[in-house]
Write a protein that binds this ligand. Structure first.
Ligand code: AMP
Length: 548
């Protein structure tokens, strides 16, 4: 392990790092910082958030910036407003010993006038979302002519959000002499294409293998029947009283439903999804960030803006469709050099998806048993006693003690302890005393399903039925009254999803809504595209459950 001193950073920056409390460079920092300081050439960094990648590019960028020149030398592109703010704030902390370096973040979704004013005195380092940056270039408020380092952070996320054309346009604005640093958690073909088109000879750095993070994440799955998904989630949460985690859901509606049920059941939970206003989202994210909130229920899109990566658990209430989303989600658990747990709640049918994930991520997934009521009660009681042993009694409380002692004088120690514990603990005991053995019930149903599947060949009719079971009906809040018709709906889906090969069936247009079927495997992608595309602004998409 090296030290920060050995990486070639100057004394001012070392001083700031020390003040912040970083003790050792993370693996990506040990490799990238000396390369950026001592060598030339572009680079590709395969690293997720939580690996320390921001400091890996930010510290050398700050060291190499010439504070006497009032021109933009460092440009960092990031997919979301939250990430831009986070990067700029972090760089501000690293540069406290470097007066004269100005760092500005510009992003969409906020009044441009304030940002225009911040640009009056040209910053040496600009952190931006792609759309807003192009807007500012058009207004001649930003020039990229003198950029010497161009960072694309979370490049795969930027592509997911449809920024490819904007990124291409921005590349065209930077001088050919600039150095490009491309960071991405995964390496889909589109990212490789960008690298091939715009990067010169580049060096590749990856923490762990391709698409993996250096963090130590344990990947688990737990079997459920569809109807018991929420009960299984509750067991997982009850078994982990100290959990600080995100429960990922597929749709806004599911996110709301799960969060509401959890809150009603007494958990410290809240929801984060696209139907909230920016102010509401900021409030929830902040509560979660400062750990006033233990469990966040979120859609993938909404969680993008959240810069929390030190979770104890990530729970997939539903499996995502693709490996990239799975990797992003689970990468949020595990702090630098610490471990985390990712748990997917799946039905027996989804076991094949786990096998696929195992292959593509090169990880082993272990099956997790559903904890029984007894084990949960034991875990909760130990947690409660540990909490009691850790607490420091407040001195002010002592003045009430004589009265309390007087009230308890006829009870022995055991009686007092058991009563105090019961105050908190009986909630669990009541819930679990007659609780069924969920694990056994689910195992039985899985065995029956498997036996049924193997014991008879399916008739054609049954196969057609099964095919139908493979598609999902979606609904949007635009119908005939909004001028919707089948061709328009197909055009809208094409524009939003950007996949002309996507099979869309059984279109129905009612006065206020439109309905259509798509393959189950595509649901997550389609919903995500609708929830993030500017073309679908105001459109609410949801799954139609049950019979049509
Ligand atoms: P990132 O991967 O850049 O999103 O960083 C994740 C978190 O780790 C941030 O909160 C950083 O402040 C923190 N961090 C970065 N480098 C180190 C380090 N060497 N030691 C401890 N924490 C770090």
């Amino acid at each position: 392990m090296n030290t920060f001193e050995e990486l070639g950073l100057n004394s001012q920056i070392l001083e700031s790092i020390k003040k912040i409390g970083f003790e050792q460079p993370s693996p990506i920092q040990s490799e990238v910082i000396p390369f950026l300081l001592n060598e030339t050439g572009d680079m590709v960094g395969l690293a997720q958030t939580g690996t320390g990648k921001t400091a890996a590019f930010a510290l050398p960028m700050l060291q190499l910036t010439d504070s006497s020149k009032h021109e933009t030398q460092g440009l960092i592109l990031a997919p979301t407003r939250e990430l831009c703010v986070q990067i700029a704030t972090e760089m501000g902390r690293y540069s406290t010993g470097l007066p004269g370096i100005k760092i500005v973040a510009v992003y969409g979704g906020e009044d441009i006038r304030k940002q225009l004013r911040q640009l009056d005195d040209t910053p040496q380092i600009l952190v931006a979302t792609p759309g807003r940056l192009l807007d500012l270039i058009k207004r001649k408020k930003v020039s990229l002519a003198n950029v010497d380092t161009f960072v694309l952070d979370e490049a795969d996320e930027m592509l997911n959000m449809g920024f490819l054309d904007d990124i291409t346009a921005i590349f065209e604005q930077t001088p050919p002499t600039r150095r490009c640093l491309l960071f991405s958690a995964t390496m889909p073909a589109e990212i490789a294409d960008i690298a091939k088109t715009y990067l010169k000879e580049w060096k590749e750095f990856s923490v762990g293998k391709r698409g993996e993070s250096a963090k130590n994440i344990e990947h688990l799955y737990v079997l459920t029947k569809p109807a018991l998904r929420y009960d299984v989630l509750k067991r997982i949460l009850d078994y982990n009283p100290d959990i600080y985690g995100i429960v990922f859901c597929r749709t806004r509606q599911e996110t709301k439903d799960v969060a509401e049920k959890l809150m009603a059941d007494g958990y410290n939970a809240d929801a984060l999804h696209g139907d909230l206003s920016q102010a509401q989202r900021d409030m929830v994210m902040n509560k979660f960030r400062i750990k006033n909130l233990q469990i966040l229920v979120a859609t993938d899109v909404a969680a993008r803006g959240l810069d929390v990566n030190d979770l104890t658990h990530v729970i997939h209430y539903n499996l995502p469709d693709d490996k990239e989303t799975y990797t992003h989600r689970s990468g949020r658990t595990g702090r630098i050099n610490k471990s985390g747990i990712s748990i997917a709640i799946i039905t027996a049918r989804e076991k094949v998806a786990i096998k696929r994930l195992e292959k593509s991520t090169n990880k082993t997934f272990k099956e997790m048993e559903i904890p029984s009521g007894m084990i949960i009660c034991q875990k909760q009681i130990i947690h409660l006693v540990n909490k009691m042993m850790d607490v420091q009694p407040d001195e002010k409380m002592r003045k009430f003690l004589p009265d309390v002692m007087e009230m308890l004088k006829d009870m022995d120690k055991e009686e007092v302890i058991s009563r105090f514990i019961s105050v908190e603990f009986n909630r669990f005991l009541d819930y679990y005393k007659d609780a069924p053995d969920l694990g056994a019930a689910i195992r039985k149903s899985v065995r029956e399903e498997e036996a049924e599947g193997g014991s008879r060949k399916k008739s054609r009719r049954e196969m057609r039925q099964a095919d139908k079971g493979d598609s999902v009906r979606l609904k949007i809040n635009r119908g005939r009254h909004d001028g919707m018709e089948p061709r328009k709906l197909l055009g809208l889906i094409n524009d939003v999803v950007k996949d002309r090969g996507l099979p869309v069936d059984n279109i129905d247009i009612s006065p206020k809504f439109s309905f259509f079927d798509i393959k189950k495997s595509q649901v997550g992608k389609v919903i995500r595209c609708f929830e993030s595309s500017p073309r679908a602004r105001g459109i609410v998409i949801s799954e139609v459950k049950g019979r049509r």
